[in-house]
Design a protein around this ligand. Structure first.
Ligand SMILES: NC(=O)c1ccc[n+]([C@@H]2O[C@H](COP(=O)([O-])OP(=O)(O)OC[C@H]3O[C@@H](n4cnc5c(N)ncnc54)[C@H](O)[C@@H]3O)[C@@H](O)[C@H]2O)c1
Ligand SMILES: [Fe+2]
Length: 374
């Protein structure tokens, strides 16, 4: 059995944020809680969305207290803001951190017995759908606008929990590359590598399926084609290519799972607050190498999607070409202490994404991979 959960409606194209007003009116929503963060409020991105709401006379309150790698407190404060506002829907404007917090707010508001958030880890037996969410992504990485997942940090345990719940999926996704152009180049690079990691892990994951393969190969093609140009000068053609590439990757992986690049990236965020995309970029080639014995054919397809001419290559050479992603940094350069690696390995082994990895892994395997990344 295979199940696919996708948005009810999604919009693409530079400037498509104006559709927000039409959607709100058509759905009959009355008042929004506009969820975003301080950086987006100060760099003008949030204003672009507020302009649409103001022009259409749609009332809203704002909640902006969300940090990167959002915490349980961020979610609980957001829930309080939602209740106080009298809103009947959420507009999430931001990267994965903002969209994930919005999902937690929406789910807990309608399923109050999960107010501690921690009990939502893994596949929770919530009963009611989330408060309706309209999501406008501002990074080109997580695809949280189309995924059924959200990732929250339990601060007192320095641990990230992954919550998987089809009831949290945003009703509408509005993917407007103009909201992404203000990202610093290094954020485009790191979130873009998150998207590439989703596409590759979603393609080789144990649960991969004909439909998800179709999405992931297309996503790899788009990201390989557009990421460099987007980082270089943020031109709208490449930014749009990235905005769609990351979304298409999400259409796939959200429905089939990921692998241990993500399991190993989550503790780096939970314990050391490393940006998610930076952690993925560093781990991706190392984990790909580890998975070679069970993925060699699929790696050839990945190389081909990346634009490599594999006609005269052996399977091994094609796989090597797929893995040849630059490693930008090491864990040492990110100031991760070597004695912290066993704890990271323990958390990574327990992560929800580990079950999806195509090759079986042990604690010792994961520790060894962290050591290579060190
Ligand atoms: N829900 C999912 O399916 C899913 C998938 C992958 C990752 N995640 C989670 O998402 C989080 C990471 O999200 P992210 O990588 O999108 O980054 P993010 O949301 O943490 O944003 C990173 C930084 O960039 C800023 N920023 C965002 N958009 C900007 C813009 N347009 N201009 C200027 N600055 C901007 C933010 O304010 C923030 O400071 C992690 O917690 C990760 O675990 C979730
Ligand atoms: Fe990710």
């Amino acid at each position: 059995m295979n199940r696919y959960v996708l948005n009810e409606t999604s919009y693409f194209g530079a400037g498509c944020r104006t559709e927000l007003a039409t959607e709100v009116k058509t759905k009959g929503y009355k008042k929004a809680l506009l969820v975003s963060d301080r950086v987006l409020a100060s760099c003008g991105v949030l204003d672009k969305v507020k302009e649409v709401l103001n022009n259409a006379g749609i009332p809203y309150d704002e909640f902006l207290e969300i940090k990167q790698n959002p915490t349980i407190k961020n979610c609980q404060d957001g829930l309080e803001a939602f209740k106080k506002s009298g809103a009947d829907f959420i507009i999430a404007v931001g990267g994965g951190s903002v969209m994930d917090t919005s999902k937690a707010i929406g789910i807990v508001n309608n399923n109050p017995s999960f107010a501690d958030i921690k009990s939502l880890e893994g596949i929770a037996n919530t009963v009611n759908r989330s408060v309706p969410i309209i999501a406008l992504p501002t990074t080109c990485g997580t695809a949280a606008e189309v995924t059924i997942n959200y990732v929250i940090t339990v601060e007192e345990e320095n641990r990230k929990i992954v919550c998987v719940d089809p009831k949290d999926i945003p009703v509408v996704a509005i993917v407007d590359a103009e909201l992404m152009q203000s990202m610093p180049a290094k954020t485009i690079a790191s979130t873009g590598m998150d998207a590439l990691t989703h596409a590759i892990e979603g393609y080789i994951t144990k649960g991969a399926h004909i439909l998800s393969d179709m999405y992931e190969i297309q996503a790899i093609e788009l990201i390989a084609k557009h990421l460099r140009g987007a980082v270089k000068d943020k031109n709208i053609v490449d930014m749009e290519g990235m905005s769609i590439g990351q979304y298409v990757a999400g259409m796939g992986f959200s429905n089939v799972g990921l692998g241990i690049v993500h399991s190993m990236a989550h503790p780096l965020g939970g314990v050391y607050d490393i940006a998610h995309g930076v952690a993925n970029a560093l781990l991706l080639p190392i984990v790909m190498e580890f998975n070679v014995p069970v993925c060699i054919d699929k790696y050839g397809n990945i190389a081909k999607a990346m634009g490599v001419d594999i006609t005269n290559m052996t399977k091994e050479e094609a796989a090597k070409a797929a893995i040849d992603v630059n490693i930008p940094q090491t864990l040492r350069e990110l100031n991760i202490p070597k004695e912290g690696l066993p704890r990271l390995a323990k958390d990574a082994l327990a992560d929800v994404c580990t079950g999806g990895n195509p090759r079986e892994v042990t604690y010792e395997d994961i520790l060894k991979l962290y050591e290579i990344a060190y």
